[in-house]
Ligand binder design. Structure first.
Ligand SMILES: [Zn+2]
Length: 146
């Protein structure tokens, strides 16, 4: 009950506070990690949902499609600067002289006479994530074939 008890108490208090601070820091880090994980999962769910419903004309889908269109336009500009073109199938940059896409293997339109040029507008391009071939196929599989 004397002086030493008080010192000891105070010492233990400081140690406990330090421990608490360390634990708090660890737990905050863990929370941050979990939050990142959670958002990744949400993102995946969102992508899956979009792919399953990309044909629907909803405000959310329109937003996504606007962004896809902007990405495509920006890639076009980049391709111009780089002297490349874009694969109409996967949207990747390809050499202008290539006959096939070196990313997805799709045949590329050759630079032919203007008469032969049939501009194929990739109708569903905005539905797909350009960099994910398998997802794109998943989306297309759900479309009714005529
Ligand atoms: Zn391609």
């Amino acid at each position: 009950m004397g002086f030493f008890d008080t010192i000891e108490e105070a010492g233990r208090g400081i140690g406990a506070a330090a421990k608490d601070a360390a634990r708090t820091a660890r737990l905050n880090m863990k929370l941050k990690d979990l939050d990142v994980k959670l958002h990744k999962e949400y993102e995946l769910i969102g992508q899956k949902y979009y792919k399953a419903h990309c044909d629907e004309d909803t405000p959310d889908n329109r937003k996504v499609k606007e962004i896809y269109a902007e990405i495509a336009a920006t890639k076009d500009q980049l391709a111009d600067i780089r002297g490349e073109s874009l694969c109409p199938s996967c949207g990747e940059f390809v050499d202008k002289n290539s006959r096939f896409c070196n990313h997805c293997g799709a045949p590329l339109a050759e630079t032919v006479d203007e008469d032969d040029v049939t501009v194929e507008e990739p109708e569903d391009k905005t539905c797909e994530e350009p960099d994910r071939e398998t997802d794109k196929e998943a989306c297309e599989e759900e479309k009714p074939q005529d």
